[in-house]
Design a protein around this ligand. Structure first.
Ligand code: ASP
Length: 332
């Protein structure tokens, strides 16, 4: 089943020269090869097609609900999505769809389907081949420029090259060359349990990136936002942050007031190791939770889903540090 949400893949220039999503029929016109694939394709379009900059948690619930409804009717699902927030959407869906035994593959393109040098056709065709293939990849993935990644491990790192995504902390699940090479060792096992979908997402989750020169006012403004449940704190290197008294005290006070603070690194690769440096020792001491090697996209969406399940704070903190669907590597 092909689900079209919007994104560059199906965009055309409007009267003002800006790219906007167009209807699904336009995409299919450009890929007559789809008729030759050895699988039956069914497609579904979002009522209002979007540039993925407009994606919201409600869209993720819509996607999860569509897949849940048709889960038993199809061998796999391909979601056409804008590249800008695809890593967030793939991460969110990975936490929302528990006990998967079928592939859900996100793809899109850097150039629209109608462009002469487009990457859209091959991304679309190979994603469908992967989703319908005999080797079942029971995960939420991103397929882009010949590589299939675990969705919750990816980030968009370039807006100008065809290989827009990287997954520095986890190897590619498959690579498409003349043949498709599967990295079997790294592909999750299919679940034998029944699919369970978590529809509720908590929106009062924030992201705070520290920077040299960050002020007390700036930090306090975020930490004191009403209804805020948790923040992802993007720190330096292996999870380091200023040791100044006001900084640590502000975080400490927020944690004591019930805020969950997750430490993820501003680096795309490597892991948070609280206590390795003096500059992260205090964070550990006051109860900042290590995000280990999670991407920011994964940390944010994992919090949204865990808080959406309405567990206790203690339970959320525990679940946060255990992998749900291969999103983090346990501490060595
Ligand atoms: N702005 C577009 C989007 O994310 C970019 C793309 O699809 O590549 O929808």
């Amino acid at each position: 089943m092909l689900i079209y949400t919007g994104g560059t893949i199906g965009m055309q220039h409007d009267a003002f020269g800006a790219l906007r999503p167009f209807n699904f029929a336009k995409i299919l016109e450009h890929v007559p090869e789809l008729k030759r694939l050895k699988c039956k394709l069914h497609h579904h379009s979002f009522g209002k097609l979007i540039d993925s900059s407009n994606i919201t948690p409600e869209h993720w619930t819509e996607l999860a609900t569509i897949i849940e409804k048709f889960y038993n009717n199809f061998d796999g699902f391909v979601i056409l999505h804008g590249t800008d927030t695809m890593a967030y959407s793939a991460s969110a869906l990975s936490f929302m769809m528990e006990h998967l035994n079928k592939p859900i593959i996100f793809t899109g393109s850097q150039l629209p389907m109608g462009a002469i040098r487009t990457d859209a056709r091959r991304n679309l065709i190979t994603s469908i081949e992967l989703a319908a293939g005999e080797i079942v990849i029971p995960e939420v993935c991103i397929y882009f420029n010949n590589q299939l990644f675990r969705g919750n491990r990816t980030e968009k790192f370039t807006s100008s090259k065809f290989d827009a995504y990287q997954s520095l902390n986890y190897p590619a699940l498959a690579e498409a060359g003349v043949d498709i090479q599967y990295n079997h060792r790294f592909i999750a096992k299919a679940s034998r349990k029944k699919l369970k979908v978590h529809h509720q997402l908590e929106r009062h989750i924030g992201l705070l990136r520290i920077f040299p020169g960050i002020t007390h006012e700036w930090l306090n403004y975020f930490l004191c936002l009403p209804q805020l449940k948790a923040i992802v704190l993007e720190t330096y290197g292996s999870g380091n942050a200023p040791t100044e008294k006001w900084f640590i005290e502000a975080l400490d006070k927020a944690i004591k007031n019930g805020l969950v603070i997750i430490n993820v690194s501003q680096c795309s690769g490597g892991r948070v190791e609280q206590g390795k440096y003096e500059t992260s020792f205090q964070l550990k001491k006051i109860g900042v939770v290590s995000g280990i090697d999670l991407t920011t996209e994964s940390a944010l969406t994992k919090l949204m889903v865990l808080f959406g399940r309405k567990s206790t704070l203690k339970e959320i903190k525990r679940q946060f540090q255990a992998p749900i669907c291969g999103e983090l590597s346990l501490e060595e």
